[in-house]
Design a protein around this ligand. Structure first.
Ligand SMILES: [Zn+2]
Length: 423
């Protein structure tokens, strides 16, 4: 692939859609989930009588590089200026991050003379564990409200969007890194080529880059259509990410399959010219699994839309039956993915009375579009509902354990994805 193709920009005024990475024309639909508002904009009571903008959730797959992608409908600045997602509100996620820091420090010998940078460092949820080990760090986080929390907990943080320009500025100041971490950020990057090029620039010659992202193979296999939302522009297989990194002179030398976010990959890479590490057999193993599942042909992408529709029918049948039987149904959690699920299924507050969330930011606010109110989790104990729909289904085991008291009044748990489960 030539550099000119790689760097081709999408013209937002153009009616033909071009792949965010390789510039090929996008003609194949992966799934069309209809219209939905931005999933991380939770209106306050005062904002309820204002209009909300809905954008299409129409996902395409590029037949040249197999990148699954949405068009960018809203500028990244508008989405991330006052982002509501604070990473530190999930116990299992924090444990995952602490384990990552321990393992990286050991494997790559990171200590007081090293330098670790995290791109999209959120509230310092990850870097805090390196700080505790005495490893110098810098977070880069564009959302000012979230970055402020990180600084308050002792994680130095730069409030900027990351790209090649910022990486060059940092390199000029001698701020290249031994380890660069990017957790769940790649999907949110509108200009993929500028971002990945920046990651290369930011590495020391033998530095290591780790990227974590939800695995497209799992999204397809486990029918996780609700993890598709406007804030995630791209959905990656190892096949597609491998090609993108290669185009920016980065070599994948290891990959781990993780349980987080419904099944993720952690990809390890270094500069092509780096003397570091032989390529581990896992890389070929995952690539082979993806080929086996048909992800290197259009056939592997064709049945997804039908599976999503089956889930919608199952969820609606349950809600209608509960309504007819005059049972009370509430939600647990207000994750971004609930907006996709509820809009795609056409479910509003006539079906789900309210939801609760541990994040103080979301309490007292409303889910986007549906305006289902969000309360403190104690509300469940006060109203004793018949059914609790777990919206962040990836945390269902943790949540069912936390809410064991619901069983005392005969309440039951409902998990709508991958297919309806009433427990
Ligand atoms: Zn492409």
């Amino acid at each position: 692939m030539t550099t000119t193709t790689v760097m081709q920009k999408v013209n937002p005024q153009s009616s033909t859609k071009a792949c965010r990475f390789c510039g090929s024309t996008l003609e194949q639909t992966f799934v069309d989930l209809g219209m939905s508002p931005l999933c991380e904009s939770y209106p306050s009571a005062a904002e309820l009588n204002q209009g909300e903008i809905y954008y299409p959730l129409h996902v395409y797959v590029c037949e040249t590089c197999w990148l699954v992608q949405l068009e960018e409908y809203e500028s990244a600045e508008a989405i991330f200026r006052d982002y509501a997602y604070f990473s530190s509100h999930s116990d299992s996620w924090l444990k995952h991050c602490e384990a990552y820091c321990g393992r990286m420090a050991e494997r790559f010998g990171l200590g007081t003379n090293s330098f670790v940078v995290e791109v999209a460092s959120n509230d310092g949820y990850l870097l805090q564990y390196f700080v505790r080990k005495g490893v110098p760090v810098l977070g880069i986080e564009p959302a000012a409200n979230v970055a402020k929390v990180a600084v308050e907990k002792g994680v130095p943080t730069l409030t900027r969007f990351f790209g090649t320009q910022l990486a060059r500025d940092m390199a000029a100041k001698g701020q290249c890194a031994d380890l660069v971490a990017g957790n769940n950020v790649l999907a949110q990057v509108p200009d993929l080529n500028d971002f990945v090029e920046g990651l290369n620039v930011l590495l020391k010659p033998d530095g290591v880059l780790t990227l974590e992202f939800p695995h497209l193979l799992k999204l397809i296999e486990l029918n996780e259509f609700d993890t598709i939302y406007h804030e995630h522009f791209s959905y990656f297989s190892l096949l597609s990410v491998f090609r993108i990194l290669e185009a920016h002179d980065l070599r994948v030398f290891d990959v781990e399959e993780l349980k987080s976010h419904g099944g993720s990959l952690r990809v390890f890479c270094c500069r092509k010219e780096s003397g570091r590490a032989n390529v581990q057999s896992n890389v070929q193993k995952v690539l082979a699994e993806e080929r086996q599942a048909g992800l290197a042909t259009i056939g592997g992408y064709r049945n997804f839309a039908q599976k999503a529709e089956q889930t919608k029918l199952g969820f609606l049948e349950f809600l209608l039956r509960a309504k007819r039987e005059r049972k009370s149904v509430v939600g647990y959690g207000a994750p971004g993915k609930s907006a996709t699920l509820l809009h795609y299924c056409g479910v509003g507050k006539d079906m789900i009375e309210y939801t609760v969330d541990r994040s103080p930011y979301k309490q007292g606010r409303f889910l986007p579009g549906t305006h289902i109110p969000i309360f403190h989790p104690d509300r469940i104990l006060e109203t004793k509902p018949d059914y609790v729909v777990i919206l962040p289904w990836n945390l269902k085991d943790e949540i069912i354990k936390q809410l064991h008291f619901v069983r005392q009044w005969g309440g039951r748990f409902v998990v709508p994805v991958p297919e309806l489960m009433v427990d």
